[in-house]
Write a protein that binds this ligand. Structure first.
Ligand code: NAD
Length: 324
């Protein structure tokens, strides 16, 4: 099968590339390297350094590759910088996604699998996030808005208007090998930051008080969801499907696991012993995420296989050179 992975040098995209190569697909990546890394490249999957918001250049790749399946993982993928540059987020995450869909239709791709985001939910009163919840008209940040617009495009420019089959996977806090760390700048995700701080023998920075809860999803589980979404006969009309663990953990619990401290350790102890320090809150962050994952089970036959404890243990057991 001919597969195109956008963002194929990024954290999640590079794992999708590896999985597709591993099962024998002919894989091509498109990544402009804005946050992707050359060292993530799979030697059997060439990368084209092209900006997905440039329809002309992207069109040349489509003409050459004529992919059957597109895993669309390229995006400006961090919350905080989206406040500074909403225009560029719109160009990449919305115009870029539109370009992918237009070209998928023009060159006869069968299906586009979109890396959507749980940030589309914004702040909800419901403790568990189900795909049929009404969304607030305003997301909490430009990143969330643009990822939601991508979902709308998947539906509107998909099969109902003569385009490709489409499906949207709403990921919840993905973690695993190759995730961003402190070395990638101030906007790395929490587990990458904690592991980097642990290696550097620095205190873990808790933002803002550690009681927030997140549903963390192991990257290999996310990849498996993508492969299943590429094949399932039960999807194709822009369905939105949560991909999460279906369990959440407080940031204190994450810190305890990373520090090998008992989960009952009280925060004051960790602060007193200088293993953790408090940091100021950040804009646009919600208190809790927790995915209802019954739709993923029903439509994709997917459920997570790696528990959070196992995932963190695996990450910690890998030597620092392999880790990042
Ligand atoms: N990591 C998470 O927890 C998470 C959660 C929800 C959704 N997502 C989504 O998953 C996808 C992958 O995220 P990630 O965490 O791997 O981020 P990442 O930054 O590691 O990967 C994104 C990739 O897209 C590339 N890219 C960015 N702009 C581009 C452009 N204009 N043209 C071509 N390539 C471009 C980057 O260079 C990078 O390699 C994104 O769509 C993101 O919104 C991620």
């Amino acid at each position: 099968m001919k597969v195109l992975v956008t963002g194929g040098l990024g954290f999640i995209g590079s794992h999708i590339v590896d999985a597709c190569v591993g099962r024998g697909d002919e894989v091509v990546s498109v990544d402009d390297l804005v946050s992707g890394k050359k060292e993530h490249a799979n030697p059997r999957a060439p990368n084209h350094k092209v900006d997905i918001s440039d329809a002309g250049e992207l069109g040349k790749i489509f003409e050459q590759v004529r992919p059957e399946i597109i895993f669309h993982a390229a995006a400006l993928a961090r919350i905080q910088p989206s406040f500074e540059n909403p225009g560029r987020y719109f160009e990449v995450n919305v115009i870029g996604t539109r370009n992918i869909l237009n070209l998928a239709k023009k060159f006869g791709a069968r299906r586009v699998i979109y890396s959507a985001s749980s940030s589309a939910y914004g702040n909800q009163d419901a403790p568990v996030l189900r795909e049929d919840l009404s969304l607030t008209s305003q997301a909490l940040h430009p990143y969330g808005s643009t990822k939601r617009m991508g979902e709308m495009l998947m539906r509107d420019k998909g099969r109902i208007t003569g385009g490709p089959e489409t499906v949207c996977l709403r990921y919840f806090n993905v973690y695993g090998l190759r995730q961003t760390t402190m070395a990638d700048g101030p906007y790395a995700t929490v587990i990458g930051i904690f592991l980097g701080q642990l290696q550097a023998k620095k205190p873990l920075t808790i933002v803002p008080d550690g009681t927030q809860r997140r549903d963390f999803t192991w990257v290999a589980d996310v990849v498996r969801a993508n492969l299943l979404a590429g094949e399932s006969s039960k999807v194709g009309d822009g369905e939105i499907i949560n991909i999460g663990a279906g369990k959440n953990h407080s940031i204190w619990k994450v810190a305890c696991l990373i520090l090998d401290a008992s989960p009952d350790t009280i925060p004051e102890e960790l602060i007193k012993s200088e293993k953790c320090v408090m940091a100021p809150p950040r804009k646009g962050e919600i208190f809790s995420t927790l995915a209802d994952i019954s739709k993923a089970k029903e439509l994709l036959g997917w459920s997570p296989e790696i528990s959070f404890e196992e995932g963190i243990k695996t990450l910690k057991n890998i030597t620092s050179s392999k880790l990042f």
